[in-house]
Design a protein around this ligand. Structure first.
Ligand code: UDP
Length: 329
């Protein structure tokens, strides 16, 4: 019996693989290495290089490795890029996941855990958002993920697949042991970009908009450590294996931090007063997205261990420093 991790060479997937190995699971990774890295997959794990839209390859992988559970990370994840290239997002995140689901059904896979996103909620108020909130995504990225949620729910109903959908809030940080981290060149996510500015890899950081209806005018987000997120998937897997009912869970801490607050923490942790510019709003950005976070704790028994922003930034900063010493990234 194995767990198939799509996108297991990527940022979150590679942390998941380490978590699964530590739990003694057999793991197989499917990744087309478009944004992932071969070195992020431990040598003890089979890395199938290929596309989740390749039905023959996916079915062979499911059969060869006796895959009973799939944890599906492979996706494009950059909101502004999705605004510029919606069809690329609908192809990759929606259409190819349809292929993957078809293979899961044909291959008799029992459990499917899907990486969804808080972007499915859209432009919510500054109140924490619960799972049963209205779903009105404002970006093609959010819509591509919401369509996939629906597809998964319909497929599960028709074919007896069990699922957990995890809606991630803002994932950040890195493995505290320094084995893997966010390594994508030209990354756009705030904490990584701010760490790069602190290390002098960028001349400055742009704050995209300070005229939002939030306490300091900059956007509020709920930042969650990538290791706590990987742990949430382990909890979801145990839950499904124990016969838990298919369901949707927010994955965040329920703490809203502003862009300005994050910038301050990165300056404090790095001890560098890097240059910050005030820039216009970025298309597709909601003012605030903070999780109502009790359901996942109550039902999956998830207990975050890294829910302190300074620790998240410390791990992200340490990884960014480490990346500068490598020549394979
Ligand atoms: N942000 C920013 N400057 C940057 C990158 C991001 O001001 O260089 C802001 C962005 O507008 C948003 C927040 O930081 O309000 C989080 O953005 P990120 O891209 O990290 O994640 P998202 O919430 O878009 O998934």
């Amino acid at each position: 019996m194995s767990v198939l991790v799509t996108g297991g060479a990527g940022y979150i997937g590679s942390h998941m693989v380490l978590e699964l190995l530590e739990a003694g699971e057999n793991v197989v990774v499917l990744d087309n290495l478009s944004t992932g890295f071969w070195w992020a997959v431990p040598s003890s794990v089979t890395l199938v290089k290929g596309d989740m839209g390749d039905e023959a390859l996916v079915l062979k992988t499911i059969t060869d490795h006796d895959v009973t559970s799939i944890i599906h990370f492979a996706a494009k994840i950059v909101v502004p890029e999705s605004v510029a290239d919606p069809l690329g997002y609908y192809l990759n995140n929606t259409a190819k996941t349809r292929q993957l689901l078809e293979c899961a059904v044909k291959g008799g896979v029992k459990n499917f855990i899907f990486s969804s996103t808080a972007a499915v909620y859209g432009d919510v108020s500054s109140e924490p958002v619960a799972e049963d909130n209205e779903l009105t995504p404002v970006s093609p990225y959010g819509r591509s993920k919401l369509m996939t949620e629906w597809m998964l729910q319909d497929t599960a109903f028709a074919h007896g697949l069990n699922y957990v959908i995890l809606r991630y809030f803002n994932v950040a940080g890195a493995d505290p042991k320094g084995r893997v981290g966010q390594s994508t060149p030209n990354a756009t996510h705030l904490i990584k970009v701010a760490c790069q500015a602190a290390l002098g890899d960028r001349s400055s950081l742009d704050i995209f908009g300070n005229d939002y209806p939030t306490p300091d005018g900059t956007c509020l987000r709920d930042y969650i450590h990538v290791c706590d997120l990987a742990k949430a998937h382990m909890d979801a897997l145990s839950y499904l294996r124990a016969g838990g009912k298919s369901d949707v869970f927010n994955c965040g801490y329920g703490i809203g931090l502003s862009v300005q607050e994050i910038v301050n923490v990165v300056k404090k942790v790095s001890k560098v007063d890097f240059k910050v510019n005030l820039s216009p709003r970025r298309p597709g950005d909601p003012a605030a997205i903070v999780a109502k976070a009790d359901k996942i704790r109550d039902i999956l028994g998830w207990k975050p261990e890294y829910n302190h922003v300074e620790g998240i930034v410390q791990d992200a900063f340490a990884w960014e420093k480490h990346l500068k010493t490598r020549n394979d990234v």
